[in-house]
Design a protein around this ligand. Structure first.
Ligand code: FAD
Length: 465
């Protein structure tokens, strides 16, 4: 730690209600860890904020001492933007309060809450905010990038339900961004990432979601990839908004519902979830089983909160990750050819590719209604994820991720660089391509207004105009 940083620690400790950790303190090493085990950085200071005032104090100290600021929500970002060597880590992991107002159909969520916190509190009232697939993802980073998951077809992205946010901006002011209150900031927060300040709380509109859903998982071997993906395409084309699907390729987990001889076997998967559409879900199950009998399947009702945690273990902390993503309009024969050529080439059994369906309510928002990095025409968000238990195996799959993405790119909608929450390489050109030039320039102007010195730059960074 520099002399100047050391000098300010006691001042910060006195100003904050939350803990301030420096190297050598108990808990420092746990606090600096992030989800991607490939990230091993040592911040000079970790400010574990418990209140909006703590966030203001930490930003003030960082500015005075010239420390780079990183912001940690759920720490899931695969690029590890939550932590920087020698910087000040603004740790929001204790800002996790979730307050539901069932009458008003609103929920206020702390800036460091996890999806599982939000789902548990809202589902107690039969309500939900559309979010992502993994319970230990942070609401903060997920929402600021957009937020897509099982409910996106019915209710849109997380940002489409965001009605307000409390934000500490670069000069220490605490602002409320909403329709009619700093509307430019409100627009930019809905997709522009962590560029515009630290969100201490999010306020979302809630939607009715029946606590029980119908779930189906169908798995086919590698040599049936083409047929499986074509069947998935047909099913997806026929789904009402009561059903959603995620399709992709991965290795079968060593889970009790998987016959032992298929544990860790590579193949193709279709996940099909029904929300209040039991009959339709049942008909799809029958159609899938009759058309192309899977190697194994698992069909069961389950609580929505369990669905939201079902993939947590397979995506646990402590593994190495590198990913790229893009949007494609359809699972065309050409795309299926790319996928079935690339999938067998991966080296790590944990690496995977997933296609999320985006249409319905997703497409009811206009392209420029929010700052989201993607157009709103119906499409799939394709995530190509290198995932491995150690750095060497991940290195072996970095090239696979890039080659797969290159091969998908001719079929991409937009610039080719997709959703900012599925990227780890953040060059300015990539971000311009992801947002499109006009949206990027508008974001850069707003950045210039709220963070002209770019103190919040450890993120998918928009340079201030
Ligand atoms: C296994 C896995 C599964 C995923 N699944 C999905 C999915 O289903 N759907 C989806 O949409 N995305 C998904 N993502 C992507 C995810 O949305 C991003 O990784 C997101 O950045 C995670 O947010 P976080 O708060 O956990 O991360 P962090 O690493 O803590 O934060 C990432 C960045 O977001 C910003 N940030 C976070 N919180 C705040 C805040 N309160 N105020 C200001 N800035 C903040 C900061 O710039 C920070 O550096 C997944 C990621 C992983 C690794």
């Amino acid at each position: 730690m520099t002399q100047t940083a050391a000098g300010g620690i006691e001042t910060l400790r006195a100003a904050m209600t939350g803990l301030v950790l420096v190297p050598g303190d108990e808990g420092y090493h746990d606090a600096r860890r992030v989800w991607n085990a490939g990230i091993d950085r040592h911040p000079a200071v970790i400010a574990r904020c418990r209140s909006t005032q703590d966030v203001v104090a930490a930003i003030t100290l960082a500015r005075e001492r010239g420390l780079e600021i990183s912001v940690r929500g759920g720490a899931h970002n695969a690029a590890g933007t939550a932590v920087a060597d020698d910087g000040l880590m603004l740790d929001l992991s204790e800002l996790r309060e979730v307050t539901v107002d069932p009458e008003a159909r609103r929920v206020r969520v702390g800036g460091g809450a996890l999806l599982s916190d939000m789902d548990a509190a809202t589902q107690a009232h039969g309500l939900a905010v559309p979010a992502g697939l993994i319970g230990h993802t942070g609401v903060g980073g997920l929402t600021l990038g957009g937020g897509m998951g099982w409910l996106t077809r019915r209710f849109g992205l997380s940002i489409d339900s965001l009605v307000a946010a409390e934000v500490v901006v670069a000069d220490g002011r605490v602002l409320r961004a909403a329709q009619g209150e700093h509307p430019d900031l409100y627009w930019a927060l809905r997709g522009g990432g962590g560029n515009f300040g630290v969100v201490t709380s999010f306020e979302f509109r809630l939607h009715e979601v029946d606590p029980m859903v119908q779930f189906g998982l169908f798995f086919w071997p590698l040599d049936q990839g083409g047929e499986a993906l074509r069947l998935a395409r047909e099913v997806i084309a026929d789904m009402s908004l009561g059903i959603n699907a995620v399709v992709g390729a991965l290795n079968a987990p060593p889970a009790p519902f998987v016959p032992e001889q298929h544990h860790l076997r590579a193949g193709y998967v279709l996940l099909l979830t029904g929300f209040g559409a039991d009959d339709e879900h049942g008909q799809f199950v029958q159609r899938i089983r009759e058309t192309l009998p899977p190697l194994f399947d698992m069909v069961t009702p389950m609580p929505y909160v369990e669905l939201q945690k079902m993939l947590d273990e397979g995506n646990a902390w402590g593994f190495h990750c590198y990913e790229k993503c893009t949007y494609i309009e359809n699972l065309s024969d050409e795309v299926i050819e790319v996928v079935t050529e690339q999938v067998p080439l991966k080296k790590s059994p944990m690496s995977l590719v997933l296609f999320y369906r985006l249409d319905g309510a997703y497409s009811r928002a206009g392209d420029n209604d929010t700052a989201f990095s993607g157009g709103r025409s119906p499409r799939f968000s394709a995530f190509v994820v290198g995932f491995a238990p150690n750095a060497d195996l991940l290195d072996a799959d970095r090239g696979w991720v890039r080659a797969f993405w290159d091969a998908l790119r001719p079929h991409a909608v937009g610039g080719g660089d997709g959703y900012i929450n599925g990227m780890v390489d953040y060059g300015e050109d990539r971000l311009r391509s992801a947002y499109g030039a006009a949206k990027y320039d508008r974001l850069a102007r707003i950045k210039g207004e709220y963070d002209p010195e770019n103190i919040f730059h450890l993120n998918a960074n928009i340079k201030p105009a």
